[in-house]
Design a protein around this ligand. Sequence first.
Ligand code: GRG
Length: 297
Amino acid sequence: MSNLKTFFGEAKEAVDKELDRLTPAENTHPAVIHAAMRYSIFAGGKRLRPALVFAVCSAINVPPSKVVSFSAALEMIHTYTLIHDDLPALDDDDLRRGNITCHKKFGEANAILAGDALLTLAFEVMTDLNNFEGVKPEVLLRVARDTACDIGTLGTIGGQVVDLEMENKEPDLAVLEYIHTHKTGKLIVAAVRGSAILTGASPDEVCAFTSYAKAIGLAFQVADDILDVVGNPEKLGKTVGADEGKKKLTYPALMGMDESKVFAEALVKKACGHLEHISGDSSILRDIARFIVDREN
Ligand code: GRG
């Protein structure tokens, strides 16, 4: 896995450089919004979604520079969900990525606007042909539209809404799977499928990449539920035990800790099975699937 550490390090360096290029400077008027956006973007984070984009490039054997703007746009979207999720009206968290949350530092109104601004900027970046040399406009349009669907009411936001509705309700496995595959899984699918399409993967390969992403997306959230019970708050950069405190529906609460771990392992196996349909070297995608359930943060 030391190769994977290097891979994540390189992915972070590349996406951070691109995020810096694409996000207005901190002193750009009106400065407070740009400072808030930059604060949350550069507060840390694993850069998992950009790493997935680059891992698809490695499997298809195309240079990551082709989709670096796409990876930055996804990290903007991811950061917007984190900022909004931490707000008092939602999770009301003080700590994110080991730092105080955006609304604690910049105030609630600026945090709402910083999230909105990152979401908007992501689509500005994704639909700017100058960021995607050699990609046909219709391909870009398809990926931007797919991404919008994935994070809308039939995707991420839908998952979040059902999550809120289920607090203090009777546990239900089907509902929990809906929440996790939508709330967290859909952006992971957008990252993997979008980069496969942008880099010219065949339709069969796009299908296999998408199935892989669905499985690791769910595995990611099962692991997240497990970490919320047994994780180290210092390594996680956030408080643990929040799910239980809020009576949230989680896999450990529903099927127990041991069964949850078995389920996460089965999802990794399933994900790696889909990669057998990829002709190139998908070893990094395999390592990422493993990392998703073994991670400590
Ligand atoms: C639209 C407000 C809104 C929310 C949508 C995705 C989401 C729902 C909320 C994000 C908050 C959250 C804690 C989701 C659970 C799993 C998750 C996405 C954890 C954080 O992702 P990591 O571990 O974070 O990739 P880093 O900080 O490493 O980038």
